[in-house]
Design a protein around this ligand. Structure first.
Ligand code: GLA
Length: 362
């Protein structure tokens, strides 16, 4: 009879073996990272859970860069002022290191998924600018230092530009309390914590000509003031209906003029017309089948987007997909709760879709 200790040791060995096997059984097959080897790293946003499922093998086969979908955001990683929760972020970093993948950090300062304690004092009044900046500094210093030398690039500030045509900055609690100074400070704190890390400003709807200009103005202004901003993250939450080749090409050309690297940081291609705000369900939202027409249109859209990315390979230093497969995407619950979307290159059984071939074969 095996002793209990010997049994547990064997069990542990078997578990470790099955885990590494999940990650390596498809290692020999080529994937997107190989087809784009001469262009840019190909990345994916993940949850820690996905790394212990059959998705792990697909990730290792296809991608050479990883981002935490949620685990490094302020709320999840810093739930209380004196409490950090590292477990999930650490497991993603460990997975990437085991598999020799690059790691993009996301994100240090954002108006969403911020912990409730951040903006208020013990009496639930809003804190002063000094207190908020001190909290931001503590947060950024702790998170960036922990992964110093492991995370090569950080989305430092996320989405501070307003979607309203006549408003420049988003009117968030950060802005209300600090004015625009928190933006400069966030980059300075991150740079002090890891001087080697590449620091990005990241935003969405960058294809809109008005918003695009504002993002460029913001980044150009920061750089002119010697703020350590090294790149622009263009999220790329697009749809099968937009952008066109011409619009994407002109957006990338204009961003290129900043003279710093660009990364597509959150790519997905919804099968619905793009909407940037949450809304109530309508009857037509029940039509969620992934029809052959949608399949075809999506493959054409992905083909176009990657044609433009390859054209701008001199300035694009990374493309990251926002989620792995159609098994799960944040778009299943945005802009409408519980409306299935199919925005990625792999279906829910992890099989490559038509769109995969449109990206991989060029
Ligand atoms: C934004 C954020 C991401 C993510 C997506 C939706 O783009 O930058 O972190 O929350 O929304 O998943």
């Amino acid at each position: 009879m095996l002793s209990c200790k010997a049994f547990l040791t064997l069990l542990l060995i078997a578990l470790l073996f099955s885990c590494s096997n999940r990650e390596s059984h498809v290692e020999e097959e080529k994937g997107l990272k190989d087809f784009y080897g001469e262009y840019f790293p190909m990345g994916v946003a993940v949850s820690p859970r996905a790394l212990s499922t059959d998705e792990a093998g697909l990730i290792v086969q296809q991608f050479n860069s990883i981002t935490a979908e949620n685990a490094m955001k302020m709320g999840p990683i810093h739930p209380q002022e004196d409490e950090y929760f590292w477990k999930h972020a650490d497991s993603i970093v460990a997975f990437a290191e085991r598999n020799k993948m690059k790691i993009r950090g996301h994100t240090l300062c954002w108006h969403n998924q911020t912990p409730a304690w951040m903006f208020i004092d013990a009496d639930s009044n809003w804190v002063s600018k000094e207190v908020l900046l001190a909290r931001l500094k503590d947060h950024i210093t702790s998170v960036v230092s922990r992964y110093r030398g492991k995370i090569y690039a950080w989305d430092v500030v996320n989405e501070v530009i307003s979607d309203k045509k006549d408003e420049f900055y988003r009117d968030s609690p950060w802005y209300k309390i600090c004015g625009s100074e928190f933006i400069t400070k966030a980059f300075e704190y991150a740079h002090a914590a890891d001087p080697e890390a590449l620091l990005f400003y990241n935003d969405y709807n960058e294809i809109d000509p008005v918003k695009r200009k504002k993002i460029i103005q913001l980044v150009a202004g920061l750089r002119a003031a010697d703020v350590p901003v090294h790149g622009v993250g263009l999220q790329g939450h697009w749809s099968i209906y937009e952008p066109s080749y011409a619009r994407l090409d002109s957006a990338l050309t204009e961003f290129s003029a900043l003279g710093i690297p660009l990364q597509i940081t959150e790519l997905d291609v919804s099968v619905y017309p793009k909407e940037h705000g949450r809304r109530e369900r309508k009857p037509e939202d029940d039509l969620t089948d992934f029809t052959p027409e949608k399949d075809q249109k999506q493959s054409e859209a992905y083909k176009t987007y990657f044609e433009v990315f390859r054209k701008h390979k001199d300035v694009i230093t990374g493309v990251t997909f926002w989620n792995i497969s159609d098994r799960h995407s944040w778009l299943d619950n945005f802009p409408v709760r519980n409306r299935k979307d199919h925005p990625l290159l792999f279906d829910k059984d992890l099989q490559p879709k038509k769109a995969y071939h449109a990206v991989a074969d060029f």
